[in-house]
Design a protein around this ligand. Structure first.
Ligand code: SF4
Ligand code: SF4
Length: 442
C-alpha cells in the first residue's frame, strides 16, 4: 500500500500529495495523515476538514482544485465523438469510451473502479509503438488509451500524467483501461504473474515497433492491395523513426521488429536495426521471403540472442501464392537457412505462425512435420481475423468458426495427435474444440 500511495503522489506532483480512504472511497471520515493530503469530493467534507484545522492545499485538496491543478499541465482539447461534458460522476465516466476520457476522468476511473482478479504486468513491461506515433502499454486494441505520442510528447512519453494513470490501473489491479473482450491473454496463464508488485520498471522489457505498413506481400487476410505510402505518410514515418532513435528507450529494452509491414522491406526498420548498438538481443517478426543470407548478416554476430518468428500460412506453393501472393521458392530457401541456423544454435528461438483458414486447413498436419524438420521451437496456429479485407459472408466462409463451433473438418484435423506435440500451439482453438466436442460427439 505504501508504494501505491507513493505512486499516486507522483501522479499529482510533488507539491500536492494525497492519500485516499480505504478501497479508494472518497474520504468521509477525515483524519489527519502525516505528510499526506486527503482527497475530497464533497463540499461537506471540505467544511469538516477545515473545522478539524486541516490546511487546504497542504492537508487536503478537492476535486475541483485537482481539475485546476491538472489543467495547468494538460490542455484538454475537445475529444471527437465525445457525448458528455466533462464530469465527475463515476457512473457517467463508466459509460464513456476510455479513449475519449479526459485526464481527470481517467483518474476518477482508476481510483474508483473495482480491483479485478488479474495478475498482469503487460502495461508496464510490454510497450507498442504504432504507425501514428502512439506509444501503448500492452497492445493497442486491448488497451483503449495510449501513454502519449512520440511526435508530440517526446520528452516524457511514458511518464506523463496519462501514462502514470494507465500504469496505476495495473498497480491497483482495476485494469480499467483494458478491453477484456479483446484481450487474448485474459484468463490465460501468459499474464498470470503471481509475483506482481508495485515497482514500475524505468524501461519496458519489450518494445514492439509497428510504425511502417510497407510490405512486399499482400496477404488476403491483411490487405486488398499492395500498400503504397503517400509522401506525407513517408515523412511522418521517417519523423517517428528519428524520434524513436533519438530517444533513450531503444537500447534499454528488447526490441521486436516489426509488428506492422515487413521488417526487411522498410528503410525505417532498417535504420532502427542499425541504430541498435547497446543491446545484444533482437526479436524479428517477418514473412520470411526477404530474409536471406544478406539480411541474416545484418543480425549476426551483431546480436547474440536472436529470436525469429515467421508467418507462413501454407505448405504448398499453390496455396501460398493464393493466400500470400509471395515468392514461394525464395521463402523455402530462406526457411531452410533459418532452420539450419536454429540447429547450429545461432538463432535462439525460431517460431512459425500459421493462420488457419479454409484454403490451408488440409496442409496443417504436414506443416507440423515441416516445422519439426526446421527445428522450430514453437509453431503457432491462430484463427483468421477480418481486418476489413473481407465481407462478413466471405469471412464466415473462410474462418471455419461459426457460433463458437469449429467447422467439422477442421475439428477432425485438430484431433490428430500431432497437434499435441509440445512445440505445437493450438491454444487459440481450445475453447472451440471443447464446444465442438459437445456438438459433434454427444
Ligand atoms: S489484462 Fe490484457 S489488455 Fe489488460 S494489460 Fe493485461 S494483457 Fe493487456
Ligand atoms: S506479410 Fe504480414 S504485413 Fe505483409 S501483407 Fe502479409 S500479413 Fe500483412
Amino acid at each position: 500500500m505504501d508504494n501505491l500511495i507513493f505512486y499516486l503522489d507522483t501522479i499529482i506532483g510533488k507539491e500536492i500529495a494525497f492519500v485516499l480512504g480505504i478501497n479508494y472511497q472518497f474520504v468521509s471520515k477525515i483524519e489527519k495523515v502525516e505528510n499526506k493530503c486527503l482527497f475530497i469530493q464533497e463540499e461537506k467534507d471540505i467544511e469538516l476538514a477545515l473545522k478539524k484545522g486541516l490546511v487546504r492545499g497542504e492537508d487536503f485538496i478537492s476535486f475541483d482544485e485537482l481539475y485546476d491543478y491538472m489543467d495547468q499541465f494538460v490542455r484538454e482539447i475537445e475529444i471527437i465523438g465525445r457525448k458528455y461534458p466533462r464530469t465527475r460522476d463515476f457512473e457517467k465516466i463508466n459509460q464513456i469510451y476510455n479513449g475519449h476520457l479526459y485526464l481527470t476522468e481517467m483518474l476518477i476511473k482508476v481510483l474508483f473502479s473495482k480491483p479485478k482478479d488479474i495478475n498482469c504486468h503487460e502495461i508496464t513491461t510490454k510497450y507498442n509503438l504504432d504507425e501514428n506515433g502512439n506509444l501503448w502499454g500492452c497492445c493497442p486494441g486491448w488497451i483503449q488509451k495510449p501513454f502519449g505520442n512520440f511526435l508530440f510528447d517526446y520528452d516524457n512519453i511514458d511518464d506523463n500524467y496519462f501514462a502514470r494513470i494507465i500504469k496505476l490501473s495495473q498497480i491497483n489491479k482495476t485494469f480499467c483501461f483494458c478491453d477484456l473482450t479483446q484481450c487474448r491473454y485474459y484468463g490465460k496463464p501468459e499474464i498470470d504473474y503471481k509475483d506482481l508488485d508495485f515497482n514500475i520498471p524505468k524501461f519496458p522489457l519489450q518494445l514492439t515497433v509497428s510504425i511502417d505498413r510497407k510490405c512486399n506481400l499482400r496477404c488476403n487476410s491483411c490487405r486488398k492491395e499492395f500498400y503504397v505510402a503517400s509522401p506525407e505518410r513517408e515523412k511522418f514515418t521517417r519523423d517517428i523513426t528519428d524520434r524513436l532513435i533519438e530517444s533513450d528507450i531503444l537500447n534499454h529494452t528488447d526490441v521486436l521488429l516489426a509488428g506492422q509491414g515487413e521488417v526487411f522491406y522498410s528503410e525505417n526498420y532498417d535504420k532502427i536495426l542499425k541504430s541498435l548498438t547497446k543491446t545484444d538481443k533482437i526479436k524479428i517478426l517477418s514473412n520470411g521471403t526477404l530474409f536471406n543470407e544478406e539480411k541474416w548478416n545484418l543480425l549476426y554476430p551483431k546480436f547474440q540472442e536472436i529470436h525469429v518468428s515467421i508467418s507462413i500460412d501454407a505448405l504448398s506453393k499453390d496455396t501460398y501464392i493464393k493466400l500470400r501472393h509471395g515468392n514461394y521458392d525464395d521463402l523455402m530457401k530462406n526457411l531452410d537457412m533459418l532452420g539450419k541456423l536454429r540447429k547450429e544454435g545461432k538463432i535462439e528461438q525460431l517460431w512459425f505462425n500459421f493462420v488457419v483458414q479454409k484454403e490451408n486447413m488440409n496442409e496443417m498436419i504436414d506443416f507440423v512435420k515441416f516445422a519439426k524438420d526446421h527445428f522450430v521451437d514453437k509453431l503457432q496456429f491462430t484463427k483468421l481475423n477480418n481486418w476489413g479485407t473481407m465481407t462478413e459472408e466471405e469471412y464466415l466462409d473462410k474462418c471455419l468458426i461459426i457460433d463458437n463451433y469449429l467447422n467439422y473438418d477442421l475439428y477432425q484435423i485438430l484431433k490428430n495427435p500431432i497437434f499435441q506435440e509440445k512445440f505445437v500451439d493450438i491454444e487459440f482453438f481450445h475453447e472451440y474444440m471443447e464446444n465442438s466436442k459437445k456438438k459433434y460427439e454427444q
